[in-house]
Design a protein around this ligand. Structure first.
Ligand SMILES: Cc1ncc(COP(=O)(O)O)c(C=O)c1O
Length: 499
């Protein structure tokens, strides 16, 4: 096939006249992979050879291979070559990925009844069917929330609701909630903003969608951490950007300093890198801001669980580090209150406020203003801070309990070195020759919900770190103990030595 590939691509390139040469080459190669013309594990020609054969520059082929790799269609090993991936993104429909997609849906995908965008979205879907129990990562203990206080405020406010709370909102959300957030974010996160920089959203997912649709075009370069939150990755992907996955180390994301293709957006989780847990160092923060200023990029800061640091002070936000930093800050109440509330927010630079507010109204209309007002009142009366303080203590204890179990039965080496005493999950690290996807699937069969770390990586199948994400926040110590016992059994069966 290798020798015929050049002819095949030349024909495809002639038939497709949309976009740049690189975009056309990317589509041709991706379709060849999806149609089975290039089977899994097939080695692609060296970039220099292919460039010569189809008469394009070598850079065009290199960028295309890179894009295919970033999107999971090929694997590359430096100096060795590029192969069609064994598992294509569209095949991430397996039980191990917890996607309980039925045969009818699979047929729909295969029969191309879905758009390419739709197929991508379903193909990459990663949400667990029931996000509760040991060890669902990122789930807060929703039973501990003071529902009686919230419902008292709710009852009071819903008796005679103001008309303005019952109609669409195109003003960026409830004013009182935005006012409460200005104060809260200034004190707790060092975020510097006015009320006219805050847009209330229905959570971070919607905020990412709004930002990517409004600030990028199809094919634009967007940087994301590798590994990354699958939610951000999927939303960006279906919005058609060219996702470039950058590695992270103990200081957070490792940016390119002289990028060939400057990014429009740089997605980061500075307080607590998701999922590994590193904190973006001060030096890297400054470098990232300089880089964004230089290339007119926006840094998107996902500050999803920074309230939960169990020792020392929380790290301040990236947004507040420098005046007028090109940073879009995203926050959520999913971790501090409960996910079904679906309230989050964006803090945007002043010049983006009006366009993003209008875009939010055009795309989603605005609603749930009564709930937002209840939340504003809940914050104003001091219950929010009290709840966070209480949860920080509780989660801190659960975190320490789980860490202790891991140290005792597996050893310190099984705790990921970037883990800090923070957040709602930790990483149980596995040696690289273990199949974390299989272990996660076997644990799930026995009712223990863990996620495989390798599935959060975007690039380089062969070098992905192996491990398990363990959420410790939503269940008590007794439940942690029982679930950990089951997990240990799965690990033993996989050949891990335990004590
Ligand atoms: C990294 C990250 N960001 C944001 C969120 C929250 O998203 P949302 O506000 O849409 O619930 C999550 C949820 O798990 C997350 O893991």
């Amino acid at each position: 096939m290798q020798r015929l590939l050049g002819d095949f691509l030349l024909q495809r390139l002639q038939q497709d006249s949309d976009g740049t040469l690189q975009q056309r080459l990317f589509r041709s190669l991706r379709n060849a992979i999806l149609d089975g013309v290039l089977a899994p594990k097939t080695r692609l020609p060296a970039s220099r050879d292919l460039a010569k054969e189809i008469k394009v520059s070598r850079n065009t082929v290199l960028s295309t291979y890179e894009q295919l790799q970033a999107q999971g269609y090929v694997d590359a090993r430096t100096g060795q070559g590029t192969w069609v991936a064994e598992h294509l993104p569209e095949q991430f429909l397996s039980k191990s990925n917890e996607n309980q997609i039925d045969n009818k849906q699979k047929n729909n995908l295969q029969n191309n009844h879905l758009s390419q965008r739709g197929s991508y979205l379903i193909g990459y879907s990663s949400a667990s069917p029931y996000q509760w129990g040991a060890f669902v990562p990122g789930a807060p203990d929703v039973t501990e929330f003071p529902h009686h206080i919230f419902s008292r405020i709710q009852n009071k406010l819903s008796k005679e609701p103001d008309i303005s709370r019952l109609i669409y909102s195109n003003a960026g959300g409830c004013l009182e909630l935005r006012q409460a957030l200005v104060e809260y974010l200034r004190i707790s996160r060092s975020v510097q903003c006015d009320v006219d920089q805050i847009i209330i959203t229905e959570g971070t997912h919607q905020a990412i969608d709004l930002v990517s649709r409004t600030l990028t075009d199809i094919g634009d370069e967007v940087w994301i951490e590798d590994p990354a939150y699958w939610g951000a990755r999927n939303i960006l992907r279906i919005n058609g950007v060219n996702l470039r996955a950058l590695p992270v180390d103990q200081d957070g994301i490792l940016p390119y300093f002289e990028p060939q293709h400057p990014p429009k957006l740089i997605f980061v989780t500075p307080s607590h890198q998701y999922p590994l847990g590193a904190h973006l160092s001060l030096a890297r923060r400054k470098q990232l801001i300089d880089l964004a200023r230089q290339h007119n990029s926006w840094i998107v800061e996902d500050d999803y669980d920074s309230e939960f640091r169990f020792s020392g002070q929380p790290y301040p936000s990236l947004q507040g580090l420098e005046p007028d930093a090109p940073v879009i800050y995203m926050g959520t109440f999913s971790k501090t209150i409960y996910p079904a509330l679906r309230i989050g927010y964006l803090v945007v630079p002043k010049r983006l406020y009006s366009p993003l507010r209008i875009a939010a109204s055009e795309l989603y209309r605005g609603g749930h203003l009564l709930d937002q007002k209840v939340l504003a009142e809940f914050i104003r009366e001091g219950h929010y801070e009290a709840h966070i303080r209480r949860m920080r203590l509780l989660y801190g204890k659960r975190h320490a309990y789980l860490v202790n179990l891991i140290q005792k039965h597996l050893g310190q080496g099984f705790l990921h070195e970037y883990n800090t005493a923070a957040g709602l999950h930790l990483i149980l690290k596995l040696p690289s020759d273990y199949d974390d996807v299989l272990i996660a699937s076997q644990a799930l069969d026995r009712g223990v919900k863990v996620r495989a770390l390798s599935q959060y990586f975007i690039k380089n199948y062969s070098t992905r770190q192996k491990g398990l994400l363990l959420g410790f926040a939503c269940v008590n110590e007794q439940e942690i103990l029982v679930a950990f016992g089951i997990l240990l059994q799965c690990l033993r069966e996989a050949g891990v030595e335990t004590t």
